[in-house]
Design a protein around this ligand. Structure first.
Ligand SMILES: [Mg+2]
Length: 231
């Protein structure tokens, strides 16, 4: 069988999502420091990052506000700053190489990403990834968050490729892998990011795992997929 398209997830597949969190926290820390939180931006960022490592993102700004009663910044303002900031993030090197190799092999390329479309679009812009692919699909804008497979199918349609000739590349077992399974798409799971240790139980028929995107061409081969351009 010939693979004609790769449909990439974004967060924790093409870049480390934590770098976006840190970038947003830096923005909030700087604003909070200027708003009377009583410590330097660097010290506040350290505190936010420590809290994130211990307890995760949920409720982080509520905890921060409670710990810094002198800060004039409301939690709602922190959330807005975080969501609307221009992130300082970069594509992982293996991601950059994988996109270039796939393009050189004539594959059509799409991004299919979950999350608030405006936030995701800011990530896409900051990563400079749009010129490296042929389509970007924001699943929330379609009201079809993963594991709803419609975002991946929409990507196939925009690329002009049959789903049977498309391969999903993503990290998330409950979102990317499950969407691929529901749509009958081939799947290459990248074991990376926060879900790296989580097993995938219900797998798509064509399924492989890799731990770096540098292994993508070899994984396609393992699945019996030759890479062919649309031409
Ligand atoms: Mg992901």
């Amino acid at each position: 069988m010939t693979a004609r398209a790769l449909l990439f997830d974004l967060d924790d597949t093409l870049f480390a999502e934590e770098s976006f969190v840190r970038s947003g926290y830096a923005q909030v820390a700087a604003a909070a420091s200027a708003a009377g939180a009583g410590e330097s931006a660097a010290a506040l960022l350290d505190r936010l990052w420590y809290d994130f490592r211990r307890l995760g993102r949920t409720g982080a700004f509520d905890r921060f506000a409670a710990a810094h009663p002198g800060c004039a910044l409301s939690v709602a303002e922190m959330v807005k700053l975080y969501r609307e900031h221009r992130p300082t993030i970069a594509l992982d090197d293996p991601a950059r190489r994988a996109l270039a190799v796939a393009r050189a092999n004539g594959l059509a390329l799409a991004l299919v990403t979950d999350g608030a479309a405006a936030t995701q679009a800011r990530k896409v812009e900051a990563l400079g990834v749009a010129p490296l692919v042929d389509a970007v699909v924001y699943t929330w804008a379609l009201e079809a968050p993963k594991p709803d497979p419609r975002g991946f199918l929409e990507a196939c349609a925009r690329l002009g490729v049959a789903p049977a000739q498309a391969v999903v590349v993503g990290d998330d077992p409950y979102h990317d892998v499950e969407a691929a399974r529901r749509a009958g798409l081939a799947m290459i799971r990248l074991r990376a990011g926060r879900a790296a240790e989580i097993e995938t139980r219900d797998r798509p028929a064509l399924y492989a795992e890799i731990d770096t995107l540098d292994a993508l061409p070899e994984a396609l081969k393992r699945l019996g997929l030759t890479q062919g351009g649309a031409a």
